[in-house]
Design a protein around this ligand. Structure first.
Ligand code: WTA
Length: 705
């Protein structure tokens, strides 16, 4: 029997997939001979019957002050506790313990966006000194202690990991907000996390200009205050020591220059605070189905074990490698795979301040050549952009990668091939890593020396991760059948978030309710983790992620909640209703488009469009700025009044709108379609080939809203 939902559509699990099976590509002998994990017996160690003990292998990569007594405590589902009884310090594990062997090795090589500015090379010894001095300042000047939260709103400067590790040294929970986010977005996160200290910077280089960043701190503090949270101290690093780059005045008694304060702390050392494995290390806010971003809370012992293990086995980082993850530390990718993972295995991690194509499309490859980078890591959106800007650029530079990662969105096989052939010069393995802010580290990926690559598929579950695909009725879809459904993970793993900060009910509701069979069950078997993604599994066991099944739009690898976008649009006086939908975009994967209707007495016009775009940029950040705002008299709705985002999404993407006869107002569909599509045709914005995955995504878009 075919399942239908209330609007008469075939449910997502029944939608057939139309993937062409891609050929599998095997890693070269040169890679295999040097790989950290080239021994197939690893798969015998990570079998289901060895759960959860197999993760000892990751935890044993760390230095524990006190070894744990219980590997996994599942007594309070789904709040799993890893390595219970153990104690450790994350900053000690990332810095101090490497000093004996690697004191003079670069921990970070920071590259300015300005090509003629010198790199800043920070050895492990230098990092140790800076982390200690800043930790002393945080403790003695800002009065911070274990368990307190601190919000960071920092650009890609070495002071960001220094601040994170200084917090970790004290057991202070850091919450870094992506530097490109607005002051208001930062303010919301200050309120939610209950931080009374904000760490920021005066400015930084972006696309060739000096961006004033400190002004956002003033907005953040004002926004937090308006929402009942007081920020006592704003610690302002200066991009150039002693030279203030911002127009914003320093507020007496609130704002302090870190470089001035640090003079008092020269040479200071702070004992790393030994923290329980279960103590939170940091919060990372991410978008979901409601307007309010949720703080994914990550643990110290479980998280660090997981990123250390995956950095070693999947990223194949050796202490002698030069590893460059071209992402922003303000996202989970940067936390796990620029800072905590690489440093825990004593890597040299490259940090780049600016945009990848400044001043030209060869910039990234010049950096790779100059620093002799051999492991490279970035997102499909960046790969698409570099391919478009300079398809032949990589060949002009003499660098050689052994390993390349892609992360954050599905990668089109055609883009994958350019990455493999041109960027990797067919010498590098490509590892497509599928995971989330919530999961701390990889869920699906190939072990590069042992499992073949397949363009567009992330591969099988990572070691110890056993995914399952459920249909809408919680029936397991036959493994290997190629049918799309909801991808879940059947058992706990150490990198998984502990809870949503301050909102355990939301944690249970978002990630577990849908596929939990018995809310009273004390067995982890009844609590599969729901990712919110749709996926298929092919016969060889490889997963292909087809996109979000919830109300999240993945824009250039960054998650934006439709509700977040809509509530920002609704702050515009004239707007009465708003619906955010994803539109396919050649470079960014998806871009948001807004459909709005107006309150009586307001006229559609370019001012309203500009106001909505402006409101979204200011409230969330420029990354969320909609590509289009379509104003109409009414939006398509069900008889129960629910806005049919699926219909507007189909219109934006020139996809068949399907059956609209059950709508309360079917007549508006055609009106909107003509207006939107004729405008797009006139602007030359008709998408070329809409992949089947996008059509599937549109058909289910906003179903739960
Ligand atoms: C998507 C980023 C396909 C997915 C680490 C997920 C991917 C969301 C991949 C998480 C991939 C991430 N292939 N899709 N390799 N990696 N995604 O929280 O929809 O910023 O749920 O974490 O990005 O995004 P987040």
């Amino acid at each position: 029997m075919t399942q239908t939902n209330q609007d008469g559509d075939v449910s997502e699990a029944q939608i057939a997939s139309h993937w062409r099976e891609e050929e599998r590509i095997h890693p070269g002998a040169a890679f295999i001979s040097q790989a950290n994990m080239a021994d197939p017996s690893v798969f015998e160690r990570f079998t289901e019957d060895r759960f959860p003990e197999y993760y000892r292998e990751y935890a044993d990569l760390l230095t524990w002050d006190k070894y744990w007594h219980t590997t996994l405590d599942t007594s309070e589902p789904p709040f799993w506790k890893w390595f219970v009884g153990g104690k450790l310090n994350a900053s000690y594990n990332c810095v101090d313990r490497h000093l004996d062997e690697h004191r003079n090795k670069a921990a970070f090589i920071w590259v300015s966006e300005l090509e003629d500015e010198e790199d800043r090379v920070i050895t492990y010894q230098e990092l140790y000194v800076r982390v200690n001095e800043f930790a002393a300042l945080l403790r003695d000047f800002a009065g911070l202690k274990a368990g307190d939260r601190v919000t960071l709103h920092m650009p890609m400067m070495p002071e960001l990991p220094v601040a994170m590790l200084a917090c970790a040294r004290l057991g202070v929970i850091h919450s870094q907000v992506f530097g490109g986010f607005s002051g208001a977005a930062c303010g919301d996160r200050i309120v939610d996390s209950g931080s009374n200290t904000l760490i920021t910077m005066d400015g930084y280089h972006r696309s060739g200009g000096m961006l004033d960043h400190k002004v956002k701190a003033d907005e953040a503090v004002a926004h937090a205050e308006a929402n009942g949270a007081k920020v006592d101290k704003v610690l302002v690093w200066r991009r150039y020591k002693g030279q203030y780059q911002s127009e914003s005045p320093m507020v007496e008694g609130r704002d302090y220059f870190v470089d001035d304060l640090l003079e008092e702390y020269t040479g200071r050392r702070v004992e790393p605070v030994s923290m329980p494995a279960e103590a939170p290390l940091f919060l990372m806010y991410t978008s979901g189905t409601t307007a309010k971003p949720k703080g994914a809370q990550h643990s110290t012992g479980g998280y660090l074990s997981y990123v250390a293990g995956t950095s070693k086995y999947y990223q194949d980082i050796h202490p002698g490698d030069v590893y460059w993850c071209m992402a922003d530390i303000g996202w989970i990718t940067g936390h796990s795979y620029i800072v905590y993972g690489p440093l825990s295995v004593a890597a040299t991690s490259v940090m780049y301040e600016g945009v990848p194509n400044y001043p030209d499309a060869g910039r990234a490859w010049r950096i790779a050549e100059r620093l002799d980078v051999n492991i490279f890591h970035t997102a499909p959106t960046t790969i698409r952009m570099l391919r478009k800007a300079g398809p032949d650029e990589p060949a002009k530079y003499d660098y050689h990668f052994k390993h390349m990662t892609t992360v954050g969105e599905p990668i089109e096989p055609e883009v994958w091939r350019w990455y493999y052939e041109e960027v990797g010069k067919k010498e590098a393995v490509v590892v497509d890593t599928y995971w989330q802010t919530e999961t701390g580290g990889f869920l699906g990926a190939t072990l590069p020396a042992l499992q073949a690559m397949k363009p567009g598929s992330c591969g099988p579950g990572a070691l110890g991760i056993f995914p399952v695909i459920y249909d809408e009725d919680s029936n397991e879809i036959d493994p290997g059948s190629g049918k799309a459904g909801n991808i879940c993970v059947t058992r706990p793993w150490p990198g998984m978030m502990q809870t949503v900060w301050g909102d355990p009910d939301r944690f249970v509701e978002t990630y577990f309710r849908k596929f939990n069979k018995d809310p009273d069950s004390k067995s982890w078997r009844d609590w599969p983790y729901f990712t919110g993604d749709g996926a298929t599994q092919s016969e060889d066991g490889y997963y292909r992620i087809v996109g979000r099944v919830d109300d999240v739009i993945n824009v250039a690898g960054h998650r934006l909640g439709t509700k977040e976008l809509e509530s920002a649009a609704l702050t515009v006086q004239a707007v009465s209703e708003a619906a955010a939908v994803p539109a396919i975009d050649e470079l960014r994967g998806r871009v948001p488009e807004m459909y709005v209707s107006l309150k009586p007495g307001y006229e559609a016009g370019p001012e309203i469009v500009a106001e909505v775009k402006g409101a979204i940029s200011t409230i969330i950040g420029p990354i969320a700025r909609p590509a289009h705002v379509w104003v109409s008299a009414d939006l398509p709705k069900t008889r129960s009044g629910k806005i049919m985002r699926r219909v507007t999404a189909a219109i934006s993407n020139f996809v068949d709108v399907g059956d609209t006869t059950t709508l309360a107002n079917p007549e508006v569909v055609e009106e909107i379609r003509q207006a939107v599509q004729s405008a797009k045709v006139a602007a030359g914005q008709v998408p070329k080939d809409i992949p089947q995955a996008m059509i599937d995504e549109i058909r289910r878009f906003g179903e739960d809203a």
